[in-house]
Ligand binder design. Sequence first.
Ligand code: ATP
Ligand code: MG
Length: 299
Amino acid sequence: MIKKKLIDKIRVAPGKKVNLKDFDTGWASVPEFKEAGKDAVKQKAAEILEENREELAKAQELLWASDIHSVLVVLQAPDAAGKDGIIKHVMTGLNPQGCEVHSFKQPTAEDLDHNFLWRYMRQVPERGRIGIFNRSYYEDVLVVKVHPEMLDAARLPPGKRGDGFWEKRYEDINNFEHHLVRNGTLVLKFFLHISKDEQKKRFLERLENPDKHWKFSAADLTERGFWDEYTKAFEDALSATSTKWAPWYVIPADHKWVSRTLISDILVNSIDSLELEFPKVSEQKLAALTEAKKQLEQE
Ligand code: ATP
Ligand code: MG
């Protein structure tokens, strides 16, 4: 388990004005790590990730059996920050029946005929399940804020795009998440914080390695041109929507072993904090079980 002190450092306090420069993208975010050295920290991280895989599988079973809560994991990140790898590596070992991933791309014509939260509301996890949003309603205050002309397609009523438009969207998001939490959903939000240099490295790898060519899209490079605008949009969104009920975690993402271990740890500990229990069977059911056991043994 990762020390609480470290997790507290990457959790955005409600109301805090976020400046992403204050958050690490690397591995040496605390002096003890620097002292221990990269290899030792990496080794320890691998051990924790392995333990957490088992813990997460147990937590998921309990979530399913107790059937009271659901978990919504929101993943937001610049391109190539490792969302897919997180889903693959952290979620290995989960029972596919109790876990679902939804990836959100550009909205369809049908999506655009509805309010902006509609397509996400339809995919929130059922009780007992873990749902992962690979991109989410935050795109509507990120990519759309960076490219406001995208709003044209939403055909909002006249006068609705004026002052305070984005603040109202943040408010809608906060209320939506509060609604989910009040109804038993644990909402965990991860921003994968990658440096501009590391993104360049990963894009170049995609261009140089034929097995990775499929991962490269020219649009990724265009969006990289808006790096500063995205940083600002992320800072605004993180500042406005990290709440007591649905906090943001700024996950250092230049090293995949760091981001994967941190996210798995936060997931396991957050589910643990729900203090779930396996349902107790009634006296009557217990008697029936004893009877069934007796019958089988006498066969
Ligand atoms: P991959 O790792 O496969 O590239 P991805 O999540 O980047 O995964 P893409 O198909 O490359 O998937 O990109 C999806 C695009 O859809 C992103 O550019 C994202 O900003 C955009 N998108 C998602 N939601 C919205 C939205 N609500 N409005 C406008 N664009 C959106
Ligand atoms: Mg992409």
